[in-house]
Design a protein around this ligand. Structure first.
Ligand code: ATP
Ligand code: MG
Length: 613
C-alpha cells in the first residue's frame, strides 16, 4: 500500500489548485490511524435495527469514513464549503468515503427545499462522485447519502437500553426548574427530585412519552451522569423530548424526538464513521459524545472501536455573516433578491456570482486547518483564489461598461465608405491557441469607455485627449481630435482619425509608437448587455461584532447595474460561462437571467485586489 505522501507528484505549477496539499493535524491523525490499523479489525453489522440502509455490507473496514452533516434548515454558506472540502478531500486523499448526511432530527425547521439545495451544492462542488464506493464494491450502487431520521427507531431503542441499564431517567421538572438546578461554571448543579426513580418506572414513563400519553414539555428523558461535573454538558443532558410536530421524513410517527447531542454520535457510529470532524464549538460536547458511544458499546448495541470526534477552528470571513438566522432575515426582508443573490455568502449565491468550485476549494485549503478558533480570513483571499484559478482558463472578451461613441472621421477616406467594416481577431486566451480566435469588426463608429477620454488630461494620462495617439486593441492606431458636446456641455461623441497601415498583426503595426492601448467594441456588431457590478454587502469587516445590528451596516451601493456593450463572441456565452473582460476583471454569464436574447453578466471580481483601503 503506498501512502498518500509517496504518491504526491512534483508540482507542475499549472494550476495552483493542483499544488501539493499542505499537511494539517487531521492528516497526521488519519495517517497514524492507518499505520496502526486502528480501524482494520473493526467488525460491523451489529444490531442497528432500522439503521442505515446499507451499513451492514461495507467490505473494507480499514477505510476511513468522514461525513458532512448539515442540518437542512437553510442554505449552505461559505463556512460549510470549508467543512465540505475538508471532509470530502480527506476521504479522497486516503481512499476513504465521505457521507453526506442530512441531520434532520429537529422536526420544526427542516424543509425539502433545503435538502435539494444542499444536494445540488455538494454535487456542484464536484463531490457527488465521492458519494459512492469504488465501482463494483458492495453498496456502490447506493449513494452515500443518509438521513439521521432513518435512525429514529435505533435511537429510541438506545434510549430504552440506557433507561433499563440505569443510565437515563425521566424528569418531570419544568424547563425553568431544570435551568435553575443546572448550576453554572462556578456552581455545581443539584440533582432532580426525579433522578432516583427505578429503571422500571423510567421505562414505563418513556414508553408513555413515546405513546403520546403526555403533553409537549411535560417531561424529558435525561442521561444520568453527574450534576456536579465541571463540564455543564455532562450535567444530565436531555436526550429525548416530547414534541408534536410533523417531520418531513417520518411524518407523525413520532411525538418524541432525540436531542442533537444524543443523536449525532449514534448517527456517526451506525454509519461506521471513523473520524467525526466538526467545528470547535462542539469541543465541550465531546465527553458526552464519547459517553453515549461507550454506554452503547457496553450494552452491545454498537461495536468497537467507536468513531472519534475531532474539532477544528471554523472559517470566519471578513465582511460576511454566516448565521443562518441572519441570512434568512436578509432574504425574508427582501434586502437581497433571494438565497442565491450574488451578494450572499451562501454557496448558491457565490455560485451565481461566478465563484467556482476550484476557487472555493483553494480558498478553503489555504485558510488552514487548525485547532485554534476564531481566525478571520480576508475576503480578498477568495478573490485571489478565483483569479489564480480562472486566469489560466477563462476566455477573454472586450466589453465597454460605460460606453461613449467614438467616430473615426477619416474612415471613408481610408476605406472608401463609412459602411466598410475591417475584420479583426484576437485569441480567446493568450496562452491557449487551442481555444481559438474571437472575431469582431472595427468600423466608422465604435464604443469606448467614457473614462478613456479627457479633454484636459491629468499628468500621466496616456489614453485619449486631443492630439494624442493610442492603439485600439487588436485594431489600428488612432489620433484623437477632440469631442462634440451637447448644449449642457456633456460629451456626445469622441472624434479621432485613423492612421493607415498600423493594424495589429501587420508589418506596419510598430511604425507608430503609442503609450496607451484601449479596449473597444464595434458599434455595428457590439451587443447590448446588462452588467451587474457588485460590492461587498456590509461596510464593516465584522458586521455583527459586539452585538451590533448587522442591518445597520448594509452597504447601500452593493449592486449597480450598467448597460454595457460587449463584443459579439459573448452572444454565444452559455449561462455560467466564465470570462475575463479585458481591463475589467472576471465575469460570469448569469445562471438564471442570461440567454441569447438578453445578455446578463455578473462581475465576480476585478483584475486586482481593490478592496484594501
Ligand atoms: P446552525 O447555525 O444552524 O447550527 P451551522 O452553521 O452549524 O448552523 P450545520 O448545518 O449544523 O450548520 O453545519 C454542518 C456542518 O458544517 C457542521 O459540521 C459544522 O461544524 C460545519 N460548519 C458550519 N459553519 C462552519 C464554518 N464557518 N466553518 C467551518 N465549518 C462550518
Ligand atoms: Mg450546527
Amino acid at each position: 500500500m503506498s501512502s498518500p505522501k509517496e504518491s504526491a507528484k512534483p508540482a507542475k505549477a499549472v494550476n495552483p489548485a493542483d499544488a501539493p496539499k499542505p499537511s494539517n493535524f487531521l492528516r497526521h491523525i488519519i495517517e497514524s490511524d492507518l499505520e496502526n490499523g486502528t480501524y482494520a479489525g473493526r467488525q460491523w453489522g451489529g444490531s442497528p435495527g432500522n439503521g442505515p440502509h446499507h451499513a451492514a455490507g461495507i467490505p473494507d473496514p480499514a477505510k476511513i469514513r468522514t461525513r458532512f452533516p448539515p442540518e437542512p434548515n437553510g442554505y449552505l454558506h461559505i463556512g460549510h464549503a470549508k467543512s465540505i472540502w475538508l471532509n470530502f478531500s480527506l476521504a479522497e486523499q486516503y481512499a476513504g468515503v465521505c457521507h453526506l448526511r442530512f441531520d434532520d432530527t429537529n422536526p420544526e425547521k427542516e424543509e425539502q427545499e433545503y435538502v435539494d439545495s444542499i444536494r445540488e451544492t455538494v454535487a456542484w462542488l464536484g463531490y457527488d462522485t465521492l458519494l459512492a464506493d469504488q465501482p463494483g464494491a458492495p453498496g456502490a450502487e447506493q449513494p452515500h447519502e443518509y438521513f439521521a431520521s432513518n435512525y429514529f427507531d435505533f435511537m429510541y431503542q438506545a434510549a430504552e437500553y440506557l433507561t433499563e441499564a440505569g443510565h437515563a431517567y425521566v424528569d418531570e421538572q419544568t424547563p425553568e426548574q431544570m435551568r435553575a438546578t443546572r448550576g453554572d461554571f462556578g456552581t455545581p448543579g443539584t440533582n432532580s427530585p426525579f433522578r432516583d426513580r427505578s429503571p422500571d418506572e423510567n421505562l414505563r414513563l418513556l414508553r408513555e412519552m413515546r405513546d403520546g400519553k403526555h403533553p409537549d414539555g411535560a417531561m424529558v428523558l435525561r442521561a444520568k451522569i453527574d450534576m456536579a461535573s465541571p463540564n455543564i454538558n455532562m450535567r444530565d443532558p436531555t436526550i429525548y423530548r416530547i414534541r408534536r410536530a410533523t417531520h418531513h421524513n417520518t411524518g407523525d410517527k413520532w411525538c418524541i424526538y432525540p436531542m442533537y447531542t444524543f443523536a449525532h454520535p449514534i448517527e456517526d457510529a451506525l454509519e461506521q464513521i471513523t473520524h467525526s470532524i466538526c467545528t470547535l464549538e462542539f469541543e465541550d460536547q465531546r465527553p458526552f459524545y464519547d459517553w453515549v458511544l461507550e454506554r452503547l458499546c457496553e450494552g452491545g448495541l454498537l461495536n468497537t472501536p467507536p468513531p472519534r470526534q475531532y474539532e477544528f477552528g471554523r472559517l470566519n470571513v471578513g465582511h460576511v455573516i454566516t448565521s443562518k438566522r441572519k441570512l434568512r432575515q436578509l432574504v425574508e426582508e427582501n434586502r437581497v433578491s433571494g438565497w442565491d443573490d450574488p451578494r450572499m455568502p451562501t454557496l448558491a449565491g457565490l455560485r451565481r456570482r461566478g465563484y467556482t468550485p476550484e476557487a472555493l476549494k483553494l480558498f478553503a485549503e489555504r485558510s488552514g486547518v487548525t485547532k485554534s478558533g476564531n481566525a478571520w480570513t480576508d475576503y480578498a483571499a477568495l478573490d485571489a483564489a478565483l483569479r489564480e484559478t480562472l486566469d489560466p482558463v477563462a476566455a477573454r472578451a472586450m466589453a465597454v461598461l460605460d460606453p461613449v461613441k467614438l467616430v473615426i472621421e477619416n474612415w471613408a477616406e481610408v476605406f472608401g465608405s463609412t459602411e466598410h467594416l475591417e475584420a479583426c481577431e484576437a485569441p480567446a486566451h493568450p496562452h491557449h491557441p487551442e481555444m481559438g480566435q474571437r472575431k469582431f469588426t472595427l468600423g466608422h463608429e465604435i464604443w469606448i469607455e467614457r473614462t478613456d477620454y479627457e479633454e484636459t488630461p491629468p499628468k500621466g494620462f496616456f489614453r485619449l485627449f486631443p492630439g494624442n495617439k493610442v492603439r485600439l486593441k487588436y485594431g489600428y492606431v488612432i489620433e484623437c481630435s477632440g469631442a462634440t458636446k451637447d448644449a449642457a456641455g456633456n460629451i456626445q461623441n469622441v472624434l479621432a482619425r485613423l492612421i493607415p497601415d498600423t493594424k495589429s498583426g501587420t508589418s506596419g503595426a510598430d511604425s507608430v509608437k503609442v503609450k496607451g492601448v484601449i479596449t473597444w467594441v464595434g458599434a455595428s456588431d457590439g451587443r447590448p448587455a446588462e452588467v451587474r457590478l457588485y460590492d461587498r454587502l456590509f461596510t464593516e469587516e465584522q458586521p455583527d461584532a459586539g452585538g451590533r445590528d448587522f442591518l445597520t451596516v448594509l452597504n447601500p451601493s452593493s449592486l449597480s447595474v450598467v448597460n454595457a456593450i460587449v463584443e459579439p463572441s459573448l452572444a454565444q456565452a452559455a449561462p455560467e460561462g466564465h470570462y475575463q473582460f479585458e481591463r475589467h476583471g472576471f465575469f460570469v454569464a448569469d445562471r438564471h437571467d442570461h440567454g441569447p436574447d438578453r445578455l446578463v453578466f455578473n462581475r465576480i471580481t476585478g483584475l486586482k485586489d481593490s478592496w484594501g483601503k
